[in-house]
Design a protein around this ligand. Structure first.
Ligand SMILES: Cc1cc2nc3c(=O)[nH]c(=O)nc-3n(C[C@H](O)[C@H](O)[C@H](O)COP(=O)(O)O)c2cc1C
Length: 169
């Protein structure tokens, strides 16, 4: 069984595409990918390590399928699990809410016992505000396919190298 469960939600496909690139980098045997719209909360229990992928939509909100399961996350025991986050956002179009969704999810999941790993520097982005910042760093990988898609491959490569060591893969 895989050590890592990656759970993503998407409206227009970017988060799914990034999820697959992350799985490729970490190794297909290590990572099982779930679309959150088809997953059950009991699926989370199977994994020692979790990756959460959620884009920000509608100005500072989670993607719709994550909105739908948000209350049900309370039923999951995240204690003892390492949890990493990623999401695409648009730092130019939504500069006051860049990457908010992973900040909202991280706040909830860490309150349920999840240990956040995979923090990511905020340098190299141009935005005003984000709910995803903790002590000046993003809670996870920030990808901007709208404005900086040329940087995505390198960002994914660096982040997954860091995650390999943090997850012990
Ligand atoms: C109506 C609308 C609202 C959005 N709101 C935000 C936002 O508040 N913050 C942000 O960082 N990105 C925002 N975005 C950008 C999306 O998160 C971005 O395009 C992302 O790549 C979409 O991911 P998906 O294809 O997986 O759904 C918004 C995009 C649209 C069209």
């Amino acid at each position: 069984m895989s050590k890592v469960g990656l759970f993503f939600g998407t409206q227009t496909g970017n988060t799914e595409d990034i999820a697959m690139r992350i799985q490729d980098r970490l190794g297909k045997d290590n990572v099982s990918v779930h679309d959150i719209s088809e997953a059950d909360t009991s699926d989370f229990a199977e994994y020692e390590c979790i990756i959460i992928g959620c884009p920000t939509w509608n100005v500072g909100e989670m993607q719709a399928d994550w909105e739908g399961v948000y209350e049900d996350l309370d039923d999951i025991d995240f204690s003892g699990k390492k949890v990493a986050y990623f999401g695409p956002g648009d730092q130019i179009g939504y500069a006051d809410n860049f990457m908010d969704a992973i900040g909202i999810l991280e706040e909830k999941i860490s309150s349920l016992g999840g240990q956040t790993v995979g923090y990511w520097p905020a340098e190299g982005y141009d935005f005003n505000e984000s709910r995803a910042l903790r002590n000046g760093k993003f809670v996870g990988l920030a990808i901007d396919e709208d404005n900086q898609s040329d940087l995505s491959d390198d960002r994914i490569a660096k982040w997954t190298t860091k995650l390999k060591s943090e997850f012990g893969l």
